[in-house]
Design a protein around this ligand. Structure first.
Ligand code: 6R9
Length: 571
């Protein structure tokens, strides 16, 4: 059961004709934008910030920052100076090209100064979620052999400094801190530093950022990206985010997640847009207020947030004037058609799904404003990227067959290493010429890709392959269901049966009737074989900090198995 396609939106878009561009585009066309075209060398921080100062945009607001206590803005010139100062501070303690500098703190302007400063020195930046506990922090600082850490007094308690021989300096961001030994006052030093800095020009293939991401087993892995990724960050910021220089853009993701760097820092600033950063936790009022107050034009968020806004009810959204919004996007989890329908109702805009991974570094399969979208589909590969569904031997499958979602190797922002783990890195490329994503999907006759689940999540019930996403999407259409996570539970007769974990919306109570009603709802709306045989109600579902429902945790609970690495799970 598919929703009717939504026609393309009206307006002038950066990507006007997907099919033509897809035919003719070459990544080489983009390269001339950046300094290596002239000098052979480059630096992401220069291209994202300083370049705009040199090109007459010194006084445009680059960053609006607000949280419960602070309310600030910085022009490109001010951001250039603040990041120069941060670079001087880092250089003064001996940070050099290739060193790892980790940042472990809540969002704040200083986080962004330190981040950009790290890049200006030529070092590799490692952003960590502020909610990480000691074990998670240890794993990451140990594996990366981080030399410098920027953190806050509260979070320092979770840093096992004594066990980290490579960690030479800890910068503390706090107004009342007194320096001692290798614990230095970041703000004081920032204020005293010179706003001039000679950028360390690097090679396109030099290290830029290290993002740790969890698999289902083993320790988290450090995915390394290089400066060359800017080509794709820049181009997708144009085509997919559809950014123009006068846009006010808000990406709700934290820099601890790849979305909060590729599209919370690199993409929007490379494109010269104004970037909104909101600190603090999620709240529907706060979020709508942020959209209204800054007159946000382009908004990038995640299905989990959209579902929470949807659960908060339409009365809340009606209190705000959100008429500045012109383009909305989503990433991280499949975007339920129900959410797109809601978005169309309350914003009168389509929400555009985008698919990519930490490892791909940038958006890969997307919906574009100039293209018809099919709710439930991730869209089509960006021009310059080739995606396919392949079997386990590497044969390309015909349309409508479920298989491994794979990408032809060679896109600009592809990861260049898994830190200290070559076998892991190689395992992504085990089928000649392909990057195997670990996601299962199919492609329809018209080239739209449809997500089914992580390979391990796909359910085989009585001989039928069932993608958990389809069942979850149907479940959240039911008015009582706020969120749903679906897994296959081993069954002696059917192989697996479908089991749904459900969190109800406020005001609904668990009853046998409701359970039966929900089961029937899927049976009638989707298919009998897709209806959950078992339903378990929970107050909350286990989710990652980036909002992904952790099906492997649901499965581990169900089967009494070890849950694996939980460092990325929200509290
Ligand atoms: C950017 C990011 C990657 C995994 C990916 C897939 C899931 C991301 C999705 C999506 C369905 C989408 N995922 N976007 N699934 N539709 N539009 O999320 O990176 O945290 O590394 O996760 O997230 O399973 O393989 P990361």
């Amino acid at each position: 059961m598919k929703m009717q396609a939504l026609p393309s939106e009206k307006g002038t878009f950066n990507l006007t004709n997907y099919e033509d561009t897809n035919q003719s585009f070459n990544w080489k066309d983009v390269e001339g934008t950046f300094s290596w075209a002239k000098t052979g060398l480059v630096n992401m921080a220069y291209e994202a910030i300083d370049r705009h100062v040199d090109n007459g945009k010194a006084d445009q607001i680059a960053l609006y920052y607000s949280d419960a206590k602070r309310d600030e803005s910085y022009t490109f010139k001010q951001l250039k100076e603040q990041s120069n100062k941060a670079a001087n501070v880092l250089k003064s303690v001996g940070v050099e090209k290739g060193d790892r500098v980790f940042i472990f703190m809540p969002r704040s302007p200083e986080l962004y100064f330190a981040f950009l400063g790290t890049l200006k020195v030529g070092a590799i930046v490692g952003p960590l979620f502020e909610a990480f506990m000691e074990g998670a922090v240890r794993d990451r600082l140990e594996d990366s052999e981080a030399k410098v850490l920027v953190t806050t007094p509260a979070l320092l308690e979770r840093v096992p400094v004594a066990d980290l021989p490579h960690l030479e300096t800890v910068f503390i961001v706090d107004d009342e801190f007194t320096e001692q030994g290798s614990y230095l006052d970041f703000n004081k030093r920032l204020n005293e530093a010179s706003p001039e800095f000679d950028i360390e020009w690097v090679d396109r293939e030099d290290g830029l950022i290290l993002h740790y991401t969890s698999g289902s087993t083993g320790k988290p892995k450090g995915v390394l990206h290089v400066h060359n990724a800017m080509i794709q960050h820049y181009q997708t910021a144009k085509w997919v985010l559809d950014l123009k220089e006068d846009d006010i853009y808000w990406c709700t993701a934290d820099p601890g997640w790849v979305t909060g760097t590729s599209y919370g820092i690199f993409g929007p600033w490379l494109a010269g847009a104004t970037n909104v950063i909101r600190g603090g936790r999620f709240s529907p009022h706060d979020w709508y207020e942020t959209l209204e107050r800054y007159q946000v034009t382009v908004w990038y968020s995640a299905p989990t947030a959209f579902r929470m806004l949807m659960s908060a009810g339409d009365q809340v959204v009606k209190k705000y004037n959100l008429s500045s919004l012109r383009h909305i996007l989503s990433v991280g989890e499949p975007l339920n058609p129900e959410v797109i329908k809601w978005g169309k109702n309350v914003f009168n805009l389509r929400i555009h799904d985008t698919w990519w991974m930490t490892e791909t570094g940038a958006q890969m399969i997307c919906n574009y404003p100039s293209m018809e979208i099919r709710p439930g589909s991730m869209g089509k590969p960006i021009p310059g990227v080739e995606a396919a569904i392949i079997d386990d031997q590497g044969n390309v499958l015909p349309p409508n067959r479920m298989g491994n979602l794979a990408l032809k190797v060679g896109w600009p922002s592809m990861m260049r290493a898994v830190w200290n783990n070559k076998p892991k890195y190689d395992s992504y490329f085990r089928l000649e010429g392909w990057y195997v994503s670990g996601d299962s999907a199919y492609m329809d006759e018209d080239g739209y890709f449809w997500f089914q689940g992580r390979i391990d999540d796909v359910i085989m019930s009585a001989g039928e392959r069932v993608g958990p996403f389809e069942v979850e999407s149907k479940l959240v259409e039911h008015p009582a269901v706020a969120e749903a996570g679906v897994i296959g539970k081993p069954d002696p007769v059917r192989g697996e049966i479908i089991k749904a974990f459900i969190a109800l919306r406020d005001g609904y109570e668990v009853t046998a009737e409701l359970e039966e009603e929900i089961r029937l709802f899927v049976k009638k709306g989707l298919a009998a074989h897709a209806a959950p045989r078992e339903i378990e109600f929970r107050a909350k579902l286990p989710k990652t900090r980036s909002g992904k429902i952790m099906r492997r945790v649901l499965k581990a609970w169900e089967l009494d198995l070890p849950t694996g690495d939980l460092s990325t799970m929200e509290d």
